[in-house]
Design a protein around this ligand. Structure first.
Ligand code: G4P
Length: 536
């Protein structure tokens, strides 16, 4: 086991991702967290969509031009004895595979939901990845100061759609102009919104006795008091008891209501969240499970970001430390490269600033200079440790486009750029059988990745190209039932289905919809279609 001081450092770490659909309030909530931690002094400094201030994660021209966060970033701050790492997931509608990968580095997730809208498309996608990992998910239902949907309805939607149980930790009293605050179910207290001015001072809860209707009417008015009494009765009747183990297993989501913009309900949320979450969890490496408190350093690369500093054309590999303590001066073993290396220019995001790090602990995320040796999913560990962390799944592309080079003089640069960017995992490339490198099919999770690709091909490789999106959204590997060999050129396929190959020459099929998948299976009895990622 590691020394006591390092163990203490590890145990105070909490590493979580914030997920939401754009505009639900993720940035606002993150900013309030940072304000509580004293990491920033003014609201509006995390992201100023309408100002010149740019998010700490803004690193590319493209982002500045569009005022969005293309990349995911991580911010670290201290609060109440905890050291908190927040992993931000891009908030734009066109999110990318990086968003998913970031979730691989988190121990839990905070899901922000707009109270007027409920579950939205991006929440759905991100939730699926969290659920796949079985990490705890905490729900913050935001914007209660605006007109909101019935809170019971919202909970019902979460349970029905996500198949997860919910447990409201507090309950809203009215909404919009009628918003009076929240009722804390555990403490049996009301936090009133009227008296609250968004400051950092802790708000005193007012103890509530539901029989003292006079006092309650004074506080929240007769109509809201009646509603609240009725709803809390309903909740109490349906209550199966709070189950922390179920929360930690990702089966029960504690739900909090509040208003991030008004800083209302944030501190109680943060405190409950910190109490319910655990220190960094152990990680599986094949047959063995590596505890975060193991004295040997180990980490895996979950993201590679190119060109963060235009002047240096560098790549940064982001790694999640799974165990032990990282020390700048030491050499570590890069398992996939089979070599001992020094991790150069290690850095961490401390709220606003990118800082060099001397030491970091399990739970932390560090970025290191990558001279082109790392791939997503790589393991770095103490020499002699001999482990390999389970890789990061290949998330299935949902959009496809032909990308064709226009300048035959730049054939080499085109191929180099496409291959390198694909190797980083920023895009997937496929080929039509027997075609050259002049035209490739690029598959992405979010269409924003096309903009990033175009930008990078132009700025880093000096290559322009023509791009044409093609109407496919399902990709599957070709396989034969009972180990039978399949010759894809002999398959009976609908005219709209396309046979393609990946860089390793594996055969895949692209389908324009589920009906085409069914058609292919019905007309080829030996054909088996495997999900993308299963064979890569
Ligand atoms: P995101 O990162 O999830 O995309 O959301 P963000 O925090 O940027 O919030 C989206 C919009 O919702 C912002 O308004 C923000 O001020 C507002 N908002 C966030 N929390 C609350 C809340 O509790 N109540 C209300 N009423 N609004 C909230 P905007 O006008 O789009 O941008 P801005 O000018 O405020 O930056």
């Amino acid at each position: 086991m590691i020394d006591a001081q390092s163990l203490h450092e590890i145990q105070k770490r909490r590493t979580f991702a914030i997920i939401s659909h754009p505009d639900a309030g993720k940035t606002t909530l993150t900013e309030k967290f940072l304000l509580y931690g004293g990491a920033i002094q003014t609201a509006g400094s995390v992201k100023g969509k309408h100002s010149d201030k740019h998010a700490v994660s803004d690193w590319m021209e493209l982002e500045k031009q569009r005022g969005i966060s293309v990349s995911s970033s991580v911010m670290q701050f201290n609060y109440n004895g905890y050291c908190i790492n927040i992993l931000d997931t891009p908030g734009h509608q066109d999110f990318s595979e990086d968003t998913y990968r970031t979730l691989m580095a988190a121990d839990s997730a905070v899901m922000v939901i707009d109270a007027a809208k409920g579950i939205e498309a991006q929440t759905r996608k991100l939730f699926k990845v969290c659920a796949m990992r079985g990490i705890p998910i905490f729900t913050f239902i935001n914007k209660l100061d605006r007109e909101a949907r019935d809170p019971l309805d919202l909970l019902d939607e979460l349970e029905q759609e996500f198949g997860i149980r919910t447990y409201p930790m507090n309950w809203p009293i009215g909404c919009g102009v009628d918003f009076r605050g929240v009722y804390d179910r555990e403490k049996k207290q009301i936090l009133t919104f009227d008296n609250f001015h968004g400051g950092r001072n802790r708000l005193q809860g007012i103890a509530v006795d539901f029989d003292d209707t006079e006092r309650l009417d004074e506080l929240i008015g007769e109509r809201l008091r009646e509603n609240l009494t009725e709803q809390i009765e309903l909740l109490d009747v349906a209550d199966f008891g709070f189950d922390l183990d179920a929360v930690r297993a990702g089966k029960l989501s504690p739900v909090f209501f509040g208003s991030a913009l008004n800083n209302f309900g944030i501190e109680p949320f943060l405190e409950s969240f910190l109490q319910m979450t655990t220190a960094p969890l152990s990680h599986k490496a094949g047959e063995v499970e590596i505890e975060s408190g193991d004295e040997r350093f180990s980490a895996f690369v979950f993201k590679i970001q190119a060109n963060m500093n235009k002047a240096h054309r560098d790549r940064i590999a982001f790694m999640r430390i799974c165990s032990g303590k990282f020390e700048r001066s030491k050499e570590y073993f890069h398992v996939q490269g089979g070599k001992n290396i020094k991790l150069a220019q290690p850095q961490q995001m401390m709220a606003q600033e990118r800082e060099g790090v001397e030491v970091a602990y399990a739970g932390d995320i560090i970025g290191v200079f990558d001279p082109g040796i790392f791939s997503i999913g790589d393991t770095i560990c103490q020499p002699g440790m001999k482990i390999t962390y389970e890789g990061i799944p290949n998330f299935t592309p949902e959009h496809f486009a032909y990308v064709e080079q226009i300048d035959s003089m730049k054939r080499k640069q085109f191929a180099k750029g496409m291959n390198q960017i694909a190797q980083e995992g920023a895009i997937r490339i496929f080929f039509e059988p027997n075609s050259g490198m002049e035209r490739v099919i690029v598959g992405v999770v979010g269409v924003l990745q096309y903009d990033v690709l175009k930008f990078r091909m132009q700025t880093e490789y000096g290559v322009g190209y023509i791009q044409r999106e093609i109407p496919y959204d399902i990709i599957r590997y070709v396989s034969g039932k009972d180990g039978k060999e399949i010759d894809p050129s002999k398959l009976k396929l609908s005219a709209e289905t396309k046979w393609i190959q990946d860089v390793r020459g594996n055969d895949l099929l692209l389908f324009p919809g589920n009906w085409a998948v069914t058609w292919a299976l019905e007309h080829n009895e030996d054909l088996e279609l495997l999900p993308y990622g299963s064979n890569a």
